[in-house]
Design a protein around this ligand. Structure first.
Ligand SMILES: [Fe+2]
Length: 390
């Protein structure tokens, strides 16, 4: 068996009602907390109140930073950091989807690491340990509650770009993973974020950085998502099904925390700011094409991946098995009501080439992809995703 390392310094509480632990956990870390949250949904569904009550009960003074946008900007990080400094907070609580959790990580970093913040974008650039973060996801997909990653949007000359911060320092201290918080998610968010989780698990499983323990988690996540994602869209109020999907998303987050992601995430980054596509939806469109490309080149994980998706491919040829897996993923995307391609966007060929050459810059993700990727390959996959037939 291969040697491997599995690093997860986050204390994870999973289950109904675990949101109530925020006060007790925060008290161990300090007396003043900044609570970071998104639009109004955390307030509307009562999660924000529960967090504030729990903190108050344990004597932790709370300051609110509300209204974090999707794909948070560096200005948002700056405003949150200023508030944290002004109020002398010692803990940052991120309550919401990936954006509020990543913003909490960014504020925690900017509090202890001197300006400019941009110098910390990239891999392992932090100088000082950030403030402790308590992450409370309200969507089931990003896995940010257990990853050393945060994604921010920078703007240069009017051009928006997604930039990743990857550093073991930004693993949250505590993750409170409570399925009750996902009960009122709209179906479109459930679908988008669910496919993001599936993509994390599949990308981690077939990545070059894969390892036995993360593979085990990835296969379990894929199995759960493939059976429960269509279910959760049909029965959004079923706490048991919500729990299975949230658990799978947690596992998938643990996977990419070890392995990183590959071509799906790499190619998705321009689609969000340029085409205004939610992150998970961009992944949903690319995932089948990237799987087809990668699995054709390597069969190492094909059978276990197929099994976890509920497909029996033992007696099929390699080509038929790949087709069966890719069709199964397409079917899942379809069942969730997500688009299969971006034909309606009528994109210019020059923009596809621009996306592709930018994707080719990320050598790390390219090296993690199981199959060698050329610029032409990336262009071809984009063309397929955009429904442009050459
Ligand atoms: Fe993702």
């Amino acid at each position: 068996m291969q040697n491997f390392q599995f690093y997860l310094p986050t204390r994870v509480y999973f289950g109904k009602g675990t949101i109530e632990k925020v006060g007790e956990e925060a008290k161990k870390l300090g007396k003043r907390a900044l609570v970071v949250t998104g639009g109004k949904s955390a307030r509307r569904m009562g999660a924000l109140q529960r967090v504030e009550d729990s903190l108050k009960k344990m004597g932790v003074k709370t300051f609110l930073f509300e209204g974090v946008e999707a794909n948070p900007s560096l200005e948002t990080i700056k405003r949150g950091t200023n508030l944290t400094k002004e109020k002398k907070c010692q803990i940052v609580v991120g309550l919401g989807g990936g954006s509020p959790m990543d913003t909490a990580k960014g504020i925690a970093v900017a509090f202890t690491n001197p300006d400019p913040f941009t110098q910390y974008l990239g891999r392992n650039k932090l100088k000082e340990s950030p403030l402790p973060v308590i992450a409370i996801p309200t969507t089931a997909g990003t896995g940010s509650e257990v990853t050393p990653y945060a994604v921010f949007t920078t703007t240069t000359d009017g051009k928006h770009q997604k930039k990743i911060m990857a550093d073991p320092f930004i693993f949250p201290e505590v993750a409170l993973v409570d399925p009750e918080l996902t009960l009122s998610l709209p179906s479109s968010v459930t679908a988008d974020t669910g496919i993001d989780a599936l993509s994390h698990a599949i990308e981690g499983l077939i990545s070059k950085n894969c390892q036995p323990l993360s593979d085990h988690l990835a296969l379990e996540a894929i199995k759960l998502l493939s059976s429960y994602l269509p279910e959760v869209v049909r029965n959004p109020q079923d706490i048991e099904i919500r729990g299975q999907v949230l658990y799978a998303s947690l596992l998938a987050g643990m996977v990419i925390a070890q392995t990183g992601t590959i071509l799906v995430h790499l190619m998705s980054y321009r689609l969000t700011p340029d085409l205004n596509l939610p992150h998970g939806r961009a992944c949903a469109i690319l995932l089948p094409w990237v799987c087809e490309f990668n699995l054709k080149g390597s069969s190492a994980k094909l059978i276990s991946l197929a099994k976890s998706l509920g497909e029996d491919v033992e007696n099929l040829s390699q080509e038929e098995a790949v087709e069966s897996v890719v069709n199964r993923i397409r079917d899942l995307v379809l069942q969730l009501g997500l688009p299969q391609d971006l034909k309606s966007r009528k994109i210019e060929e020059s923009l596809i080439e621009d996306f592709a050459s930018e994707a080719m810059q990320d050598k790390r993700k390219l090296a993690n992809n199981p199959r060698k990727v050329t610029l032409e390959d990336v262009i071809e996959i984009y063309r397929k995703a955009f429904g442009v037939v050459k």
